[in-house]
Ligand binder design. Structure first.
Ligand code: SAH
Length: 284
């Protein structure tokens, strides 16, 4: 791969026949792929990809590469999940170089752990290639730092769905409302009303800033800045649709300074000190 941008001298692993690599595809922008994922795209005989993978990324694959769409759309997710996992086993056993490409990071709310477990249980060799998860990289594309020294020492990643598709009963929203300065909610749009009311009922300030980022890192990315109390209504008014990551906490205010996409388009920052520190950022 002499013409490739991959660093010479590094011991690059190859995707070998009979192996499955579970790779993160990142939130959408192809530039957010890892180099391991980009190489695997070129080496794979077959790519099994999810609904949330930007299909533009598949253009990096060779012309002969088989591409299998494995998105789940309603129906019986667990049965379909089983089919996907077993399909990966079959492909590996047929001696293919298999790339399982999943949106974001394969081990973050993506069932990558289950698929990997099935593969190991069937004796299939695997490699995990982490990706940039939407709850970190997607927020960064909106100019929201998921941690900021003046805001949070904690961040919690939460799913707004449980396995049945309901708001997750296993989440103690009151504890969460009080424990984590910043909450990053995946799959939260369907139950946004319930989630935000539970957080307020649990003691979270109704005026806490909220950022909703849809289609993060893609050309049609949209960002809504609102508050916990207004969030559910504002999502409807703005006509926002999933996929979206929802960030709750004062880190969202930093977007007033750090909305780098607007800055690049010539829009001046709305504030240079959105947290009212009263001193330059470099002063401790
Ligand atoms: N493994 C993925 C998450 C899969 S769960 C990851 O690490 O990012 C699916 C959820 O991820 C979506 O409902 C949404 O909350 C979030 N998500 C994934 N891609 C996104 C994108 N481009 N923009 C906004 N949210 C995204």
């Amino acid at each position: 791969m002499s013409e490739s941008p991959f660093l010479a001298g590094h011991d690059w692993p190859d995707l070998l026949p009979g192996w499955v690599w579970l790779c993160g595809a990142g939130p959408g922008d192809p530039g957010l792929l890892t180099l391991h994922a980009a190489r695997a795209l070129q080496q794979a005989d077959v790519i099994v990809y999810d609904a949330l993978c930007n299909t533009a990324i598949l253009d990096l694959a060779g012309p002969e590469t088989e591409q299998i769409y494995a998105g789940k759309r309603g129906g019986k997710p667990s049965a379909i999940q089983r089919d996907i996992s077993l399909r990966l086993v079959d492909l590996a056993r047929a001696g293919k170089r298999v790339l399982r490409l999943k949106g974001g990071d394969p081990f973050v709310f993506g069932r990558g752990g289950e698929e990997a477990q099935t593969l190991v249980q069937h004796g299939v060799p695997i490699r995990i290639v982490p990706g940039i998860t939407a709850g970190i990289g997607g927020l960064a594309y909106a100019g929201i730092p998921v941690t900021h020294r003046d805001v949070n020492q904690t961040v919690a990643f939460v799913t707004g769905h449980d396995q049945s598709g309901n708001a997750p009963g296993a989440v103690n929203w009151t504890a969460l409302a009080q424990a984590a300065h910043v909450l990053v909610i995946y799959m939260g749009m369907k139950h946004i009303e319930k989630i935000t009311s539970e957080l307020i009922a649990g003691g979270r300030d109704p005026n806490d800033p909220v950022g909703v980022v849809t289609q993060a890192s893609l050309p049609d990315q949209q960002v809504l800045e609102t508050t916990l109390a207004r969030c559910a209504a504002d999502v409807v008014t703005a006509n926002l649709a999933p996929p979206a990551v929802i960030c709750v906490g004062r880190a969202v205010l930093m977007r007033q300074t750090l909305d780098w996409q607007s800055l690049a388009a010539g829009v001046p920052p709305r504030s240079l000190d959105p947290l009212d520190r009263g001193r330059p950022a470099e002063a401790s």
